[in-house]
Design a protein around this ligand. Structure first.
Ligand SMILES: NC(=O)C1=CN([C@@H]2O[C@H](COP(=O)(O)OP(=O)(O)OC[C@H]3O[C@@H](n4cnc5c(N)ncnc54)[C@H](OP(=O)(O)O)[C@@H]3O)[C@@H](O)[C@H]2O)C=CC1
Ligand SMILES: O=C(CO)COP(=O)(O)O
Length: 344
């Protein structure tokens, strides 16, 4: 039995705690709210976030120092905007040799940093190469029901990557490894923008053709941006690319899809976010992606359209019109150039 701390008692932190507990580990689920930690320990439930009874091997903690004491891995699963605060609070209390794994999907606006980069910046004493990202098509609600799920872990340090794979892998939660931290993080973060778009499309009353177009052309622009930054283009064909795009654009579990759906039906962004009550990462990530696209001079027409709907008051119908009336082009031209550049 290994001690593992999970920081963030929302839907994903709770579901990942279940996976770890069922693998026989002693799981310390940390909440930043004392009353939530108490409630979890008393009832073995975290009803606000997940409708399941938790295994006995999960203990909730409010005291962070106690939660991470003697653990061999720390899994950080808070929304991207809370990553810096949580990482910083680990200063001086990380057990020697502990592996830091994060399962957060986002990019920070303005700094344009990925989650592993933010953690590394806040914890300069911790070797950046040892930070592992876990990403892939994995709705918490289905993981909690033990439905077959596949994800990818990526880290520069192969031993740490293997460590994360071994901790999580089970007969219902299959874990692959990758060395492409950049590609895996970007895929997981950027798909949320396209999922907002898929929700908007459904909210407008469009059908499967439009959604398939968004998924496919969304993948093309994610690949363009990711490759321009140095990611392996093939990573976007994997679980943290195509896999996560499919699941988030088509599942009612997706908060990004649901938020987009309400936007497509004409609701205001602020009201939508209040109604969701859980994090909708795509809303913040689209700001960062729009900035990166401009900086890299990479065309991201869907991302730009979603940005315009969310922050510039453009009507979804106008954006659809804009997307459908772009210059005519050959489907895979730019991707072929990128692949050649990557190979050479
Ligand atoms: N849900 C899913 O299926 C999946 C989610 N993810 C990713 O995981 C990340 C977390 O998402 P998820 O768990 O779903 O989000 P939720 O909204 O369900 O939960 C977020 C949790 O983080 C807590 N939190 C917020 N701010 C802080 C802070 N400053 N310090 C400590 N805890 C904080 C919240 O506490 P409070 O209750 O007080 O608000 C809540 O417990 C996101 O990046 C998401 O994209 C990835 C794969 C699957
Ligand atoms: O990333 C997820 C599934 O892989 C969860 O997506 P949402 O945040 O849109 O619910």
């Amino acid at each position: 039995m290994k001690k593992v701390a999970v920081l963030g008692a929302g839907s994903w932190g709770t579901a990942l705690s279940i996976v770890l507990a069922e693998n026989g580990h002693d799981v310390r689920l940390w909440s930043h709210r004392a009353e939530q930690a108490e409630e979890i320990n008393k009832t073995k439930r975290n009803d606000r976030y997940l409708d399941v009874t938790l295994p006995d091997q999960i203990t909730a903690f409010y005291n962070l120092k106690e939660a991470v004491q003697d653990v061999e891995a720390i899994v950080i699963v808070v929304p991207a905007k809370a990553i810096r605060e949580v990482a910083r609070s680990l200063t001086g209390i990380i057990p020697e040799h502990a592996t830091i794994i994060h399962a957060t999907k986002g990019i920070e606006p303005i700094t344009l940093m990925r989650v592993s980069e933010m953690i590394a910046e806040e914890l300069p004493e911790y070797p950046a190469d040892n930070i592992v990202v876990l990403s892939g098509p994995s709705h918490a609600e289905e993981v909690a029901l033990r439905h077959p799920t596949t994800v990818t872990v990526a880290a520069k340090n192969a031993d740490k990557n293997k460590h994360a794979q071994n901790l999580f892998n089970s007969d219902t939660f299959r874990v692959y490894t990758s060395q492409d931290v950049l590609g895996i993080e970007l895929g997981g973060a950027l798909k949320n923008i396209i999922a907002l778009g898929a929700g908007i499309s459904d909210g407008l009353g469009f059908g499967d053709n439009a959604k398939a177009a968004l998924i496919t052309r969304g993948l093309a622009e994610i690949t363009r941006l990711g490759t321009s930054l140095g990611a392996n283009p093939f990573s976007f064909l994997g679980l943290s690319g195509v896999g996560d795009l499919i699941v988030t654009c088509t599942s009612v579990h997706s908060r990004n899809w649901r938020a987009g759906n309400l936007l497509g039906k004409g609701h205001e962004l602020e009201a939508v976010l209040e109604e969701m009550g859980m994090v909708v990462e795509g809303v913040r990530t689209v700001k960062a992606a729009q900035q990166i696209a401009e900086k890299q001079d990479v065309e991201m027409p869907i991302t730009t359209g979603i940005y315009q709907i969310l922050f510039e008051g453009k009507k979804p119908e106008e954006v659809v019109n804009q997307l459908m009336n772009r210059d005519k082009r050959e489907e895979l031209a730019e991707l072929e150039i990128l692949l050649k550049e990557h190979d050479s």
